[in-house]
Design a protein around this ligand. Structure first.
Ligand code: ZN
Length: 180
């Protein structure tokens, strides 16, 4: 079993064409931390979702204008991202924690409401807050840092999760996963 596959799950460097268009952000939701309504759709692990809600609430209470950009990712989207020329993800379909509702990407919001991954944002502060709520932060990845990425720490490797998923589906993944 792979000891640590986290570093393969890179979501930071998205080419422009893959970014969700700003027009897709509901204008009246600019001020919410969840304009794409990623939370409460039933496709994030409940323990993870609970930690994410608290993390985002705390970060915003401290004045950081962050929002959730992506959560659960279908195998098809994972495959599309993987197929891009630019580095979007190093994880093939089924090999990302996003595929199992165990990861989210957080971005800062620019004044015009668009998502920003700019390096000058206080990522370290956000990472610190996320970790204080029991999340694993992509900024701590050993190889390529992925500052926007947070995931639920679990004992299983992503390939173990994939095997469970293929055989028994997402509910079994969630039932069997050992949350740290
Ligand atoms: Zn991610």
């Amino acid at each position: 079993m792979a000891v640590n596959t986290f570093s393969q799950d890179i979501c930071l460097e998205k080419p422009q064409e893959l970014l969700k268009n700003q027009e897709q952000v509901p204008q009246n939701n600019f001020l919410t931390p969840d304009p794409y309504q990623i939370l409460f759709q039933g496709n994030l692990h409940p323990v993870f979702e609970d930690r994410v809600v608290k993390f985002v609430e705390e970060a915003r209470a401290q004045g950081f204008d962050i929002m959730i950009f992506e959560g659960w990712r279908s195998w098809q989207r994972q495959s599309d991202l993987y197929g891009q020329k630019n580095t979007v993800t190093k994880a093939q379909e089924g090999m990302s924690f996003h595929n199992y509702g165990l990861a989210i990407d957080i971005v800062f919001r620019d004044p015009d409401g668009s998502a920003s991954w700019a390096a000058e944002h206080p990522w370290q502060e956000i990472g610190k807050i996320g970790k204080s709520f029991g999340l694993k932060w992509g900024g701590d990845f050993k190889s390529i840092k992925d500052y926007s990425h947070f995931q639920l720490p679990v004992k299983e490797s992503v390939s173990t999760l994939k095997k469970i998923y293929v055989k028994d589906g997402l509910n079994e993944v969630w039932r069997k996963v050992s949350v740290i």
